[in-house]
Design a protein around this ligand. Sequence first.
Ligand code: GLU
Length: 485
Amino acid sequence: MNQNKVRVRFAPSPTGYLHVGGLRTALYNYLFARKNNGVFILRIEDTDRNRYVEGAVENLIATLRWAGLDYDEGPHKGGDYGPYFQSERLEIYRKYAEQLLSEGTAYRCFCASERLEKMRKTQEKMKLSSKYDRTCLHLPESEIEKKLIDGDPYVIRMKIPENRIIKFYDIIRQDVEFSSELIDDQVLIKSDGYPTYHLANVVDDHLMKITHVIRGEEWLSSVPKHILLYEYFGWEVPNLAHLPLLLNPDKSKLSKRQGDVAVEDYKAKGYLKEALVNFVAFLGWNPGTTQELFDLNQLIEQFSLERVNKAGAVFNIEKLNWLNFEHLRKKTEAEVLNMLKDYLSQTEYKNLQLDDAYLLKVIEAMRARVTFIKDFVEKGKYFFEPPIIYDEEIVNKRWREETPEQLKRLSEFFSGLTNPTKEDYEVALHKTAQSLNIGNGKLIHAVRLAVSGVGGGPGLYDILNILGKDESIKRIENAINRIKL
Ligand code: GLU
C-alpha cells in the first residue's frame, strides 16, 4: 500500500441528482479517509458540456451534507490542489495533452464525425469491436500543419500500444488484465477543447495526489487506458478499488424503472439519513459479524476495503425500511418531537397548535409502531382529528345492536370522573362491563372503534388518556349517533 497520507476523492459528474450508487461511492471514500486519518476530496467532473444541468452541483453538495459526509477539500471549501471543478482546469489538461503529442504517445485526428460513424457501422456489420482505424495516425507532418493552418477541427487521441497485456491489481477484484487489442485509441481532448473523462481523471488524480481510487465497477474497463496514461506520463498508479454493481432484486442492474435511484427521493419519502447511510454501507460491504445497525462512527471504525465483495449488491427495500424503523427507535423523544412538528407543519394539521406535551404522549404511544415520521399521522390520524368514517370491517365485527346502549353507560361513568388517569379509565370500563354483565373485551373494541375509527393501535387506555375525558366522551357520543348497522 502507498505509504503517503491517504487522499481519496469522490468525483461525480453533476447530472442533476445524486444516485444511491453515487452515495455509496462517496460513503466508502469518506469512511476510508476517516478510518485512515486521510483526506476526502470532492472533485466535480463537469467537462461534458452537453450534460450540464443548472443547480446540479449545489444539489449534490447539499445531499452530501444531508448525509453527513463532509469533504475536506472541494468546491466552496478550497484546498491546496484546486480548482476542484474540472471545467476550471482546461489549461492543465491541454498542457498535458500537448506533452503526449510531442512525445508521440498521442496524435491529432481530423476525421469528421460522419466518417467515424460510417466506420463504426461497417465494423458493427462485420461484428468487429468498434475501434478507430488510425487513419490520422499516419498523416504526414506537412498535412497536419496545413490542416492546423486551415483551422480544421480535430481531437487528440491516445496511441494504444499493440499486443500488450495490461495487468493491474484491484483491492476488491484482485488481479485483472486486459488485452490492448480491445482498446480503442481513446479521445483525450475533444474538438471543443474539453478533455474527456479519461485524461482529466488521470491528470487530476495525479496532481491532487490521490492515493486510492475508489469507484463503481462500471469504470473498471477504463483502467487499462488510465494505466497507459500513467505510464506515458511517468506517474505512479494509485491504488484501485472498484465497487460491485448495484442490482435490483431480480438481479438486473439497478435502474430508475424499478424504483427510486435518487437520494433525494428517499429523503423526500421520509427515510432518515442514518438509515440510508447504514443501508448503503451494506451494499457491497459487511463487517463480518452479525451487527447490522451502524451509525457513521461505527462504520468508520469497522470499514475496510478488504471486506468489500466482488459480487453485485442487491438493493432490498425491505431492509432499508427495517433500518429506518430501527434508527427511528434510537432517536430521543426530543428529536422525534422536532421531526414530527416539522412534518406536521407540512400537512393539513399545520394550524392545530398542539402543545409539546400532547405530541410527546402521542409519540410515546406510537413509537413502537412507526417506521417513518409520517406514520405518526397516517397510522395515528385520530390523534389529530376525530374519526370521520369508521372502518366498515371493524364495525361489522365489533358493533352490535346493544352497543350504543352499553357505550352510553360507559360515557356516563366517564363523565363522573375528575381528572382521570389511564388507570381510572380502565377501572371505569371494567366496572361498566361488570354492571352490564358482559366481558371487558366487548366494550374495549367498541370504544376503540368509537374514538379512533379503526381496529388497531396502541392500548385503548393510552388513547383515551391522550385524547382526554371530554374529547373521548364526545367521540363516543358521535359514534353512537353515526354508526348505523
Ligand atoms: N466522473 C465519474 C463519475 O461520474 C468519476 C469516475 C471516477 O471516480 O473515476 O462517476
